[in-house]
Ligand binder design. Structure first.
Ligand code: GUN
Ligand code: FE
Length: 428
């Protein structure tokens, strides 16, 4: 796959990248340097030390860091744009569980579906993703194979659930844990860019016993965790009924060792977090996967992103396919901006709407932080870059690179993505 010797090369063109929440940088004519897979910075002229590196010119292109999707369900890919008149619980029962269950029953269906999902990520602007598969660990491996084949960097989770799921899909506690361990042993040493992440689906479908078992695995194997939290009012009420002894919804994860601290954790949605839960997320370094498109589609609500950012909580963006209808993080940035405006207008006028630079930060550096040094063109960061072309997005105006990028976020699709690099490997 490697096109450049030792992954040493220079990309030349307009460059836009984020250095912080409201710190969008741009160069009209810049050089982004990749030195053995790591970024060596962005320059107006090629520094002496890199004069012999090959230069790839993108005269009409814009070079940006790769996008990061912190929350997406690969096994819901076939359901995109379906069932959007339902709310979460009904949507899970009628649409989502039957589809996910099919992956274990029909392996060909699973392999082809996962392949289509992986291909969609590959041709779009996303370079890194944190992914839910299904409860079936064998086909989860197929998904991991498909993502690894394409050179993307991902965390993938076999879903765990042992209650409140229809008979055709539920696991016993024992089987859920045993299959998770089998899956982990099969994953061990198999991939370069594809990593396992423990995935209790959410508290309504996971007994305390299962959560405790997963907490032990997280500690024993040093694994990260992903789940859902405070997404929908009925779900929140249900958790209160199911777990009356827990201090909060967040506590149902915390008490099993599945909520930050030494265990890197992503919680999707977080719309209805209490003050105590917000403080807990901050103190334990839990990441919020903000999924605004999904929150609109299945009428979950609007997450208080500004509040999270003001608290210093880690926030990234999640497409949450198929709650979200699109696997594009650009689409998600747009939804994040738009829904933050409705929050400001209708819910709390002290919480300023997200700006474009802020949304771009969330979809790159914000989520990228979960992967380590990733999401920007800072020196020493892993080199993920995407080339965008916007000549089909007609305008008579002369625009800055940042303005062109803003139009791309609102108007583009996969056809505007013409080049991609991950960890210094040229994918296309
Ligand atoms: N909560 C539990 N499972 C799911 C899911 O598949 N999608 C969303 N959006 N929320 C969930
Ligand atoms: Fe989700």
């Amino acid at each position: 796959m490697a096109e450049y010797e030792n992954n040493c090369f220079i990309l030349h063109g307009a460059v836009v990248w984020s250095e912080g929440l409201n710190d969008l940088r741009q160069l009209d004519d810049g050089y982004v340097i990749c030195d053995e897979g790591l970024c060596a910075g962005v320059y107006e002229e090629i520094p002496e030390a890199y004069r012999d590196f090959p230069v790839e010119d993108h005269w009409d292109g814009i070079i940006i860091p790769g996008l990061v999707d912190l929350h997406v369900h690969a096994a819901q890919y076939n359901n995109r744009s379906l069932g959007m008149d339902m709310e979460l619980i009904e949507w899970l029962d009628k649409l989502t569980f039957p589809e996910e269950a099919r992956f274990a029953q029909d392996r060909d269906y699973a392999v082809m579906s996962y392949d289509a999902f992986a291909e969609d990520l590959f041709i779009g602007a996303t370079t890194r993703a944190v992914v839910f598969a299904t409860a079936d660990y064998l086909t989860t491996l197929k998904l991991m194979d498909a993502l690894e084949d394409r050179g993307l960097v991902t965390y993938v989770g076999k879903v765990n659930m042992d209650r409140n799921v229809p008979d055709y899909y539920v696991e016993t506690t024992k089987k859920s844990l045993r299959h998770t361990e089998r899956w982990l042993s099969r994953v061990d040493g198999r991939y370069e860019n594809t990593m396992p992440i423990l995935t209790p689906r959410f508290t309504p479908t996971c007994t305390r016993e299962l959560m405790d078992g997963l907490g032990e695995l997280a500690a024993r194997y040093g694994l990260p965790v992903q789940s859902h939290l405070n997404e929908n009012p009925r779900e929140v009420e249900w958790v209160r009924e199911l777990e009356p002894d827990s201090a909060s919804y967040s506590d149902t994860y915390l008490r099993s060792g599945l909520f930050g601290g030494d265990v890197p954790t992503i919680m999707a949605h977080c719309i209805y977090n209490t003050e105590e839960e917000i403080a807990l997320m901050r103190d334990r370094g839990v990441y919020v996967a903000h999924c605004p498109q999904s929150n609109l589609n299945i009428a979950s609500g609007i997450a208080p992103v500004r509040r999270f950012l003001d608290e210093g909580i880690h926030v990234g963006l999640g497409t949450d396919v198929s709650g979200g209808h699109s696997a594009s993080i650009f689409e998600t940035m747009k939804a994040a901006i738009q829904s933050s405006k409705m929050y400001w207008r209708y819910v709390d006028s002290t919480k300023k709407p997200l700006t474009f630079p802020e949304a771009f930060y969330l979809g790159t550096l914000g989520g990228g932080h979960f992967f380590g040094r990733c999401g920007t063109f800072r020196e020493g960061y892993e080199f993920d870059a995407v080339i965008l072309e916007d000549s089909n997005l007609y305008t008579m105006r002369d625009l800055t690179p940042a303005e062109r990028l803003e139009r791309i976020v609102y108007l583009s699709d996969d056809r505007n993505v013409t080049g991609k690099f991950v960890r210094g490997e040229k994918l296309y």
